[in-house]
Write a protein that binds this ligand. Structure first.
Ligand SMILES: NC(=O)c1ccc[n+]([C@@H]2O[C@H](COP(=O)([O-])OP(=O)(O)OC[C@H]3O[C@@H](n4cnc5c(N)ncnc54)[C@H](OP(=O)(O)O)[C@@H]3O)[C@@H](O)[C@H]2O)c1
Length: 312
């Protein structure tokens, strides 16, 4: 099968489309023919080699965690899916195996995927799976966002942010989005009640919030100070780990962090938001698999609104 791979760590130019062995579904697993994958920051991190203690030195490696496609075969113990079913999901952890989701076929544990939303096509679905579950878990579980709650999203125009703004509105929150100047109207169009340029609006000018979703990992102390007494702040960016640890001394007002895991019930919840019309995919650029290096370059260049998707 065709698969995006690389033989050494480096910039996006190390990526190529290779010929890899066809995978098979073991017990509890599903073989999926991939319609599309998407590029996440975790793919760039793995490819660059900055996580090499975790990703190791065995090459070739595959890239891509998100996938949307159709079931080809099921392993023993999978009773609720059949060939032809549309599914979506993402692979857990850092992509470090010989092939990953940016490939013609991917094998996933049944519990890591779910039926895809019916209201959108599989190309759009591939851009939502991982960032969507991340935003959902961040807002619902870690930020404990409530109807009427005031939420600040830092990084609102990116992959997680574009979903978070929409989900938060669907949950009945008041959303203030921090983003760069040329994306203010764009994040308002996603439903944000207020959109502010982070280059000109520092934390001291923003007011107080019941929840803060940080997608940058920077200046966490200054933003944590904006929390209302029972407010919660959550970050997804690992850059903030030293402050996250320090913040435990603040007890309930510590900064929370987590690493997202694929779970079929969360993907099913997310599909519900899509099929109810509350969540629309935001795909900025689509590349064929052969242009996997250009897809990674688009992420590295910045300024992406939502997601970059790779089609098979
Ligand atoms: N913990 C987990 O399980 C998990 C899961 C998913 C993602 N993540 C991490 O979460 C972070 C966000 O992911 P993503 O997919 O949304 O990334 P992304 O698509 O690259 O979006 C990040 C956004 O942050 C904006 N930004 C940068 N500096 C900012 C600042 N100072 N204030 C406000 N906005 C700023 C960027 O906008 P401009 O280009 O306009 O600056 C960009 O739109 C990444 O670090 C990613 O690795 C973690």
């Amino acid at each position: 099968m065709r698969a995006a791979q690389y033989d050494r760590y480096g910039d996006p130019s190390v990526l190529y489309v290779g010929d890899a062995p066809m995978p098979g579904a073991g017990p509890g697993e599903v073989l999926v023919t991939v319609a599309a994958s998407s590029v996440n920051q975790i793919d760039a991190t793995a490819r660059s080699g900055s996580a090499r203690p975790a990703t190791g030195f065995r090459f070739p490696k595959g890239t891509g965690v998100d996938f949307a496609g159709e079931v080809v075969a099921i392993g023993t113990g999978v009773v609720d899916l059949a060939p032809g079913d549309r599914v979506w999901g993402f692979l857990p952890g850092l992509p470090r195996a010989r092939t990953a989701a940016a490939a013609e076929f991917v094998v996933s544990k049944r519990r890591h995927l779910a039926p895809a939303p019916t209201a959108i096509d599989l190309v759009d679905a591939a851009g939502l799976a991982m960032v969507g579950v991340t935003a959902l878990v961040a807002l619902r579980t870690y930020a404990n966002l409530q109807p009427g709650g005031r939420l600040l999203v830092r990084g609102a125009s990116g992959g997680v942010g574009t979903v978070a703004v929409q989900l938060a509105k669907a949950m009945g929150a008041h959303v203030t989005a921090l983003t760069s100047g040329d994306t203010l109207d764009f994040v308002r169009s996603l439903g944000a009640d207020a959109a502010l340029d982070y280059h000109t609006h520092g934390p001291s000018s923003l007011g107080t919030f019941d929840a803060i979703l940080d997608l940058t990992g920077t200046r966490l102390a200054a933003y944590r100070a904006l929390l209302a007494p029972k407010g919660r702040m959550v970050t997804t960016a690992t850059r903030g780990i030293p402050y996250i640890l320090f913040s435990t001394i603040f007890g309930p007002r510590r900064v929370r962090a987590f690493v997202v895991s694929p779970r079929s019930e969360l993907l099913a919840d997310l599909a519900g938001f899509v099929d109810d019309g509350a969540l629309k995919p935001v795909v900025d650029k689509v590349f064929p698999l052969e242009q996997i290096a250009a897809a990674h370059r688009a992420i590295a260049d910045g300024g992406v609104r939502g997601k970059v998707v790779v089609t098979l």
